[in-house]
Structures are given as structure tokens and as C-alpha cells.
Design a protein around this ligand. Structure first.
Ligand SMILES: C[C@](O)(CO)[C@H](O)COP(=O)(O)OP(=O)(O)OC[C@H]1O[C@@H](n2ccc(N)nc2=O)[C@H](O)[C@@H]1O
Ligand SMILES: Nc1ncnc2c1ncn2[C@@H]1O[C@H](COP(=O)(O)OP(=O)(O)OP(=O)(O)O)[C@@H](O)[C@H]1O
Length: 322
């Protein structure tokens, strides 16, 4: 090749997908399939994952790299949920999965905020665009549910009620914006271990009722953070605290600092506190830091959009506070 000719860059697609907090998480008894029926209200938050899918030569297969927050904890082989997503989409449409995936992490790993699920959701959208496979939304949601209980919500985002394993989603009406602050731990908690602790300790409700969340849904519709703070509810919280007792203190410290509500996020160990404003979120985070209650603090707003392609013209990262 002439030294003056450079190859045109191969196409790539960049997708961003959100982490989540469960505003309410109601857990039924363990079923024969090894899963628990849930009624949960997810809210997508402004901490987001980015997945860039690069075209590679035919036959190259899947490869994957991870950078960003706690990247050293994330597998780069086929056990990565994003790799699984690329393979599942390719199998669904009957093509070879040829792609290079580059993940940029912003959601704490094994933190109960569904960062890996966001990567899978983002990889589905990115590969569908890169390969021009135009898979209908309903089929992407089915593929997502097959990859993990939280992956479908990573596609949908905003605020939604999840039933079944948490994968069957109905959008919820929300007015305005809520201010969250998260206390993250360097060491994650295993989701199956938290469910096991729940089985050992809790009497799971025999019937799961969304009606129990009527006041929470009303607070969301009214854009009422005080009402939302009072109705936050997580039935995995005691199990998470039994495995990581310090989380109880982290919740108490947030309430001391005037948080409108504070809970363990999903299966933990991240603690989520609802604040009155951005300034208030920063003050709660400062209190946690002063009391040495966590390894990192993240302030952000919610709800956030589901997995979406980032247009080439707007590729700067969002302005989350650290
Ligand atoms: C705790 C939550 O984050 C709440 O949104 C989710 O329920 C967990 O979602 P996830 O991490 O995507 O979980 P999956 O990868 O589907 O499942 C991991 C493990 O968690 C347990 N699991 C998960 C979901 C569910 N409804 N019941 C369960 O018992 C099972 O032991 C399962 O083997
Ligand atoms: N893309 C990924 N990003 C992070 N972890 C991944 C990924 N793929 C696989 N994993 C594995 O999954 C484990 C849980 O990761 P993740 O960060 O999604 O947990 P989580 O936020 O607690 O999930 P959830 O809230 O859905 O239960 C990690 O410890 C890691 O070994």
C-alpha cells in the first residue's frame, strides 16, 4: 500500500445505558426455577455505562475491553454480559457475532445498580445498529430478559414497574426530577447470596401486591420527593445488611443529614439516599465522607433514559458530580 494512503476507519456505534435504583422491591417466595417473583419499581439514574461496538473483519468473532470505574473487577471474556448480549443477538438473527466491544464503566460493579445489565442492554442496541439487523423492540426485550432479570429495564429506562423476575415492564408516570446520592463500596455483594440470605431469614409475602405501592406511585406522579422518600421500600435490605452490617449505619447517617429517605439499592451494597436538591445531595455525601461510611459518593438525578445511541455530535460525558 502507498504510504500516503490510510485505511478509512471501520464504522462504530456508541450507546449509553443507565444504572438503576429500585424505589420499591417486593420479593415473593423462591420458585422451582431458582428465581423469586418480584414486584419492583425501577428508576433509571444519571450514572450510565457506555458501550462502543466497532466493526471488525468477518470471522474475527467477539472481543471486549473494559475501562472506567472498577474496570479491573469486570471479566473481559464471554462471561461478560455484554459479550453474551452480542452472541444472543447474532444467534437470533442467524449471523456470526463479529464485533469489538469497548465498555466504559461509571456504575459501581456488583453494587446493586445493574451496571452489568446496562452493558448488556447497551450491547444489544449497539450491535443491532452496527450490524443493521433492525430487530424489533419486542424481540430485543425478549433477548434482554434471557440475559438477566435487570437487562430489559436497561433498555427501557425512565421509571417502570417490573414483575415476573423483574423483566416484565410497564412504564410509570413521573413528574419532574429527583436528586439522588449514592454511597458505594469497593467490595460488591453477590446478588444470589443476598437472595439466599433473604430465603433464610424472611417470611416472603405469599401474594405480591402492586397496590402496596399506591402512595409511592402517587408521589411519582405528583413529583413529590418528600412523599417518595417516605415510601421507599426494599425487602432485600435486611438480607443485605445481614451480610454487610455497616450498611445500616450508612442509612442512618443519610437520615441524620436530612435525607428524605434512604435504602439499600437493589441487592446492595450501594446505599441510595433521596435529597431535596443537588446542594442537599452534596451535603449528605459530605456527611458520609466525613464519617468514613463508604468508599465513594456519587450525586446524580433521575429518571434517565434507557439505552440509546449517542449521536456523533454529542459525545461528551454527562456532568455527574463526584
Ligand atoms: C436484585 C435485582 O437487581 C432487583 O432489580 C434483581 O432482582 C437482580 O437482577 P440480576 O442481577 O439481573 O439477576 P439475574 O442475573 O437474573 O439473576 C442472578 C441470580 O439472582 C437470583 N434472582 C434474581 C432475580 C430474581 N427475580 N430472583 C432471584 O432469585 C437468582 O439466584 C439468580 O441466579
Ligand atoms: N459488563 C459487566 N459489568 C460488570 N460486571 C459484570 C459484567 N458482566 C459480568 N459481570 C459480573 O457480574 C457481577 C455483577 O455485576 P453488576 O455490576 O451487574 O452487579 P449488580 O449491579 O449488583 O447487578 P444487579 O443490580 O443487576 O443485581 C460482577 O461481579 C461481574 O463478575
Amino acid at each position: 500500500m502507498s504510504p500516503h494512503l490510510t485505511a478509512a476507519p471501520l464504522p462504530s456505534v456508541r450507546v449509553r445505558a443507565p444504572g438503576k435504583v429500585n424505589l420499591s422491591l417486593r420479593v415473593g417466595a423462591l420458585q422451582d426455577d431458582g428465581y423469586h417473583p418480584l414486584v419492583t419499581i425501577f428508576q433509571a439514574v444519571g450514572l450510565s455505562e457506555e458501550v462502543v461496538a466497532h466493526q471488525v473483519p468477518a470471522g474475527a468473532g467477539v472481543s471486549l475491553g473494559v475501562t472506567g470505574l472498577q474496570a479491573e473487577l469486570v471479566p473481559t471474556d464471554r462471561s461478560n454480559l455484554a459479550w453474551g448480549a452480542a452472541e444472543a443477538l447474532a444467534a437470533h438473527v442467524g449471523i456470526d457475532p463479529d464485533v469489538r466491544l469497548e465498555i466504559v464503566k461509571e456504575v459501581p460493579v456488583a453494587g446493586g445498580m445493574a451496571g452489568g445489565s446496562a452493558d448488556a442492554a447497551a450491547a444489544l442496541v449497539a450491535c443491532d445498529a452496527l450490524w443493521e439487523t433492525h430487530v424489533p423492540r419486542s424481540e430485543l426485550l425478549e433477548l434482554a430478559a434471557g440475559l438477566g432479570s435487570d437487562v430489559a429495564f436497561g433498555l427501557v429506562g425512565h421509571t417502570a414497574v417490573g414483575t415476573g423476575r423483574g423483566h416484565a415492564l410497564t412504564p410509570a408516570m413521573v413528574r419532574g426530577e429527583f436528586h439522588w446520592v449514592f454511597a458505594a463500596s469497593r467490595e460488591g455483594l453477590s446478588t444470589p447470596a443476598v437472595f439466599r440470605a433473604f430465603d433464610e431469614s424472611a417470611a416472603a409475602a405469599s401474594e405480591l401486591e402492586l397496590a402496596d405501592d399506591t402512595a409511592l406511585m402517587q408521589a411519582l406522579r405528583a413529583g413529590d420527593p418528600v412523599g417518595l422518600g417516605q415510601t421507599l421500600h426494599n425487602e432485600l435490605q435486611d438480607a443485605a445488611i445481614s451480610l454487610r452490617p455497616a450498611l445500616g449505619r450508612t442509612i442512618d447517617l443519610a437520615l441524620d443529614a436530612g435525607a428524605l429517605g434512604a435504602i439499600v439499592s437493589g441487592s446492595g451494597p450501594t446505599v441510595a439516599a433521596l435529597a431535596r436538591s443537588r446542594q442537599h445531595a452534596l451535603a449528605i455525601g459530605a456527611h458520609w465522607t466525613a464519617e468514613d461510611a463508604c468508599d465513594a459518593v456519587y450525586c446524580t438525578t433521575a429518571p434517565a433514559a434507557g439505552a440509546r445511541v449517542v449521536p456523533r455530535a454529542s459525545r461528551e460525558r454527562p456532568g455527574n458530580l463526584r
